[in-house]
Design a binder for this molecule. Structure first.
Ligand code: XMP
Length: 527
């Protein structure tokens, strides 16, 4: 979880809303919604130290939902220090329940969990519901087992539903509000207005969090931190590391040294494209390591997906470490394209706050004697904010809107053992599929699309000859968060065109199949 001292932005003049995390699956969404209003928002675990909260100087606190029950002892509570700060509070779901309990109200466990759509009736005028008239109703999303069964003294009911008679409450004299439903999810139709009312009308935050201003500030921050020392960055060609490189380039120019490892498992021409963009066009100090042979050698004989992932990860780290060691005397800083969701996911609460260098596709396990400090200029940004920053910095739309590509690359798209020939077949098939998607204006309508190489042969006919040849699967999914996904209903004539091109243009492929599995039960990748 993020430590306010590590936020690289000069936050002195920026109004901040603190989201206190009680473990809800929607906590990140709350912070994103607030940031979409151009108001800065930070997530901290509920058991963060008082000192850190005070340092942050929040103008308001949103208490998230969470999986626990306040009816049980030893479950999370709002720190007294927050209640004593006398700043605006908004409790959501669990946040409401603990607020009610800590102010002397009662919380009960419902017989049935309420999950899904509900209609909430606004009972009395409230600043939180500014713009909605009393007696009107709003469509909301509920997801709770417990509910507030008796209002604390000094609190008033502001909205109710049939199933949750106390659906929203407010303190009669202090700026404290609470909602049983979730304003942060899109199913709550006017959720954004409610959050905006809280942030701008109750907390009186100014909308001064803007990506354009942020870029200049980040460049100044990097210059201050790094001075005339050297920084090493592992470039993957993805959006996060590319934007990190562009920021650092503007801040320190040739003192940035980028290393790009070609693991032989990239998309067709990807290594050349990265080299062309960053070395030729942008004139970055880029070292390209051609490690294809080493990766193929290490992967020989391995067909288990998890083992392949491990070997690919380990080989990457070895090669990166090797390059770093060659430069060791020169380098003082290691830059990473870590973004906010990585930070939030790598540690859950104050008690295990940790700055983990993910070995995933970032860098891990650098030699012990390399005392490098981290530079992570995107550490408090969400993906869409990184994209906006990239766009401001001039990163092409192609790069910004590119579908995600897994760290282990084609390694998890070639089922079974990997070798150079299979990689070439898959790269060519994938390039045809993506080219056709772009041509048919479908690329931006699907969230992720790719080909997979299946570990089977099938009989085909070419001319008069029977051919025993490879099978390629094509996969396209639609998803918002990649946690669940549905298979894309691509037009039949489009699929026919892709299939024709693949079997005609790639020798050795006799059959193309379309994957019609959603997630769950399938995953997006085949391995
Ligand atoms: P699954 O296959 O788990 O994929 O449904 C969800 C998303 O994660 C990507 N993915 C990975 N990304 N390393 C990565 O960096 C991995 O090992 C990995 N496995 C899956 C996948 O491409 C999809 O976007």
């Amino acid at each position: 979880m993020i430590n306010p001292e590590n936020l690289s932005l000069d936050k002195k003049n920026i109004d901040t809303i603190l989201v206190l995390d009680f473990g809800s699956q929607y906590t990140q969404l709350i912070a994103r919604r607030i940031r979409e209003l151009n108001i800065f928002s930070v997530i901290l675990p509920w058991d963060i130290s008082v000192e850190k909260i005070v340092n942050l100087k929040p103008k308001g606190v949103i208490l998230s939902g969470g999986p626990e029950s306040v009816t049980e002892t030893n479950t999370p509570r709002i720190p007294e220090a927050i209640l004593e700060m006398e700043i605006p509070l908004l409790g959501i779901c669990y946040g409401m329940q603990t607020l009610a309990e800590q102010f002397g109200g009662q919380v009960s466990t419902s017989k049935n969990k309420e999950f899904g759509h509900a209609e909430v009736l606004i009972e009395i005028p409230s600043l939180l519901f500014d713009g909605f008239s009393s007696g009107s109703s709003i469509d909301v999303w509920m997801s709770h087992g417990d509910h507030v069964s008796s209002l604390p003294d000094e609190f008033q009911l502001i909205a109710a539903t049939n199933s949750a008679p106390i659906a929203a409450m407010q303190h009669s004299t202090k700026p404290i509000y609470a909602l049983q439903f979730h304003p942060e999810v899109t199913h709550t139709k006017q959720g954004n207005t409610i959050l905006e009312n809280f942030a701008t009308k109750v907390c009186k935050c100014s909308a001064n969090w803007k990506i354009e201003n942020l870029i200049q500030q980040r460049i100044i921050d990097i210059k201050e931190k790094v001075g005339d020392k050297k920084v090493l960055l592992g470039l993957s060609g993805g959006v996060d590391s590319s934007v990190t490189a562009m920021l650092l380039d503007q801040a320190i120019g040739k003192n940035l040294i980028c290393v790009f490892v070609d693991n032989g498992l990239l998309r067709k021409n990807e290594a050349d494209e990265v080299e062309n963009l960053f070395k030729e066009k942008m004139n970055l100090n880029l070292i390209v390591v051609d490690a294809k042979k080493i990766f193929y050698r290490h992967l020989k004989g391995i067909s288990d997906p998890e083992q392949k992932r491990k070997v690919i990860g380990r080989t990457f780290i070895d090669i990166f470490d090797n390059e770093a060691a060659k430069l060791k005397d020169e380098i003082n800083f290691l830059a990473q394209g870590t973004i906010y969701p990585d930070v939030i996911e790598s540690s859950g609460s104050e008690s295990n706050e940790a700055r983990v260098i993910k070995s995933h596709h970032n860098v891990g396990g650098l030699p012990n004697d390399m005392k490098m400090e981290l530079v992570e200029p995107l550490r408090d940004l969400f993906k869409d904010e990184v994209r906006k920053m990239g766009s401001e910095l001039g990163l092409s739309l192609d790069m910004l809107n590119r579908h995600p590509f897994p760290g282990p690359g084609l390694g998890v798209r070639i089922l079974g053992e990997i070798n150079h020939d299979k990689v070439t077949i898959l790269q060519n098939a994938d390039a045809i599929f993506i080219e056709e998607l772009i041509k048919a204006n479908l690329y931006n309508h699907v969230s992720q699309a790719f080909c997979a190489y299946l570990p089977i042969k099938s009989v085909g006919v070419v001319g008069d000859e029977r051919r025993y040849a490879d099978v390629i699967a094509i996969r396209a999914v639609e998803t918002v968060d990649f946690m669940t996904a549905t298979w894309a209903k691509l037009p039949y004539n489009f699929l026919a065109q892709v299939s024709n091109r693949i079997v005609n243009e790639i020798e050795g492929v006799s059959r193309v199949v379309y994957d019609i599995s959603s997630k769950p039960p399938a995953t997006i990748e085949w391995e």
